[in-house]
Design a protein around this ligand. Structure first.
Ligand code: NAP
Ligand code: HSE
Length: 431
């Protein structure tokens, strides 16, 4: 596009997250160049065993860390290998070599943040870590930038995708604990050592990071008491459900007066608590502060591509803040087509006010069938202008539901204009 030389990035790790970073960088190359003004390419990726990655491009993988550290053309490295040793040394060496680092490693940051940020500062480079907490949810950016003057005094969150996935599977499908954990591992949600997930150590590292940002202090992992779901008895989850409560692994941090605290513990949540409905590998973080009252961020908390989006966001932030044209022009706007709203898919609520005479319901049903709209529920109530036939449809194109409703409205038995209200679904594709 611009003809400028590419920004070359290195990857420490080419597993669930690293390979997804590479894939998304290639798939989104044009968009990234449009917003940064420069193309981005992956120069090399460090692994232990290249034979495990037969589908990686030739020449990309290396077992030699020095190839990344000593390559002067690599300016940014994404640390997506996890662990503390040798990762800590590698990151320090990269920062020392003048390279910015973006990391998805909450254990590293919550245990060695002081040392690493010190090294970044001394070397005039950046250390970013959005992907280390809640994968795709930009909670670090929100706390660090958007809420810079917000007096956050409490954080409650579901910050571990694996345990939330396990609890959801056990409760909703009756899956045994071991099967649910194996499924989370197969989906790439769990840590290399899943005891970090189930004992609450992963969540403890994440809340330590969030508390450090929100409370402007350095809270370390060892300061966070944590109890995981490995000690949770399903009987207590069932008893809680009978009382109207969900059980979730909650990471909390509080600031009170001049003091702070944080912990991770399985907690009961009333059915109407916003975190009670967060299921599967989703995470959510509730931030409370005097000027904001309450802000909730929710989204995918684990998974290769989900986490890769946050890693790439940090890479773009590093490049963009080097003054390369980030958002300076309106070249990031494109001419894109518009699709008609009638193509939107959802279940719909319909209310027809009609004559209460034989055959009316059958004709209403026929109109829906003629437009490929399937009925999920029907009820009838007396109304002032006529009888109300209330229908909940299955998922359908709203244009088809509208056409069916117009067909009913045109009938002699129709007394008033039909009412059509879409049902808002969670996590459903709109078209
Ligand atoms: P993974 O699938 O186990 O991948 C780790 C990668 O790092 C592998 O390619 C591995 O090489 C490489 N590696 C590990 N130790 C190495 C060493 N000593 N020398 C050279 N290469 C080494 O892990 P992941 O799930 O992608 O997670 C990576 C990081 O992202 C972790 O810090 C994790 O906490 C974080 N994270 C993961 C998720 C998620 O949903 N998976 C979400 C948020 C954050 P080989 O391929 O040769 O084994
Ligand atoms: N193992 C972590 C989880 C990955 O399940 O939440 C995301 O940090």
């Amino acid at each position: 596009m611009t003809g400028t030389s590419p920004i070359r990035i290195g990857l420490l790790g080419y597993g669930t997250v690293g390979s997804a970073v590479h894939r998304l960088l290639r798939d989104s190359a044009e968009s990234i160049e449009r917003v940064t003004g420069q193309p981005v390419e992956v120069a090399a990726a460090l692994v232990r065993d290249p034979a495990r990655h037969a589908d990686a491009p030739d020449g990309l993988l290396t077992t030699d860390f020095a190839r990344l550290r000593d390559d002067p053309t690599i300016s940014v490295v994404a640390e997506v290998m996890g662990g503390i040793d040798p990762t800590r040394e590698y990151v320090l060496a990269l920062l020392g070599a003048g390279k910015s680092v973006v990391s998805a490693n909450k254990q590293l940051l919550s245990q060695h943040g002081d040392e690493l940020f010190g090294a970044a500062e001394r070397n005039g480079v950046q250390l970013r870590f959005e992907a280390s907490v809640c994968a795709a949810i930009p909670v670090v950016k929100v706390l660090r930038e958007s809420m810079i003057v917000t007096n956050v005094h409490r954080i409650d969150g579901i910050v571990n995708g694996t345990t939330n996935f396990i609890l959801t599977r056990m409760i909703q499908s009756g899956a045994p604990y071991a099967d649910a954990l194996a499924e989370a591992q197969a989906l790439g949600y769990a840590e290399a050592d899943p005891t970090e997930d189930v004992t609450g150590a992963d969540a403890a590292a994440k809340i330590a990071i969030l508390a450090s940002i929100a409370f402007h202090t350095r809270m370390r992992l060892e300061e966070v008491d944590h109890v995981g779901i490995n000690l949770l008895d399903l009987a207590d989850v069932e008893h809680a459900a009978e009382l109207g409560y969900a059980v979730k692994l909650i990471a909390s941090a509080w600031r009170s007066g001049g003091e702070v605290a944080a912990r991770v513990h399985p907690c009961l949540l009333a059915a109407n608590h916003p975190l009670a409905a967060v299921d599967g590998a989703f995470n959510a973080v509730m931030l409370q502060g005097s000027s904001i009252r309450e802000v909730i961020l929710e989204g995918p908390g684990a998974g290769g591509e989900e986490t890769a989006t946050a890693v790439i966001g940090d890479v773009v932030a590093v490049i963009g803040t080097q003054g390369t044209g980030f958002l300076q022009h309106d070249v990031h706007y494109r001419d894109v087509g518009r699709f008609p709203p009638g193509r939107l898919q959802s279940p719909c609520y319909l209310r027809f006010t009609v004559d209460d005479t034989p055959g009316v319901l059958a004709q209403v049903a026929q109109q829906l069938a003629d437009h490929d709209v399937s009925v999920a529920q029907v009820v009838q109530h007396p109304g002032e202008a006529g009888v109300h036939i209330v229908i909940l449809t299955h998922r359908a194109a709203e244009g088809d539901v509208r056409a069916a409703a117009d067909g009913v409205a045109a009938k002699d038995f129709s007394r008033t204009a039909p009412v059509l209200l879409p049902v808002l679904e969670r996590h459903a594709d709109a078209t």
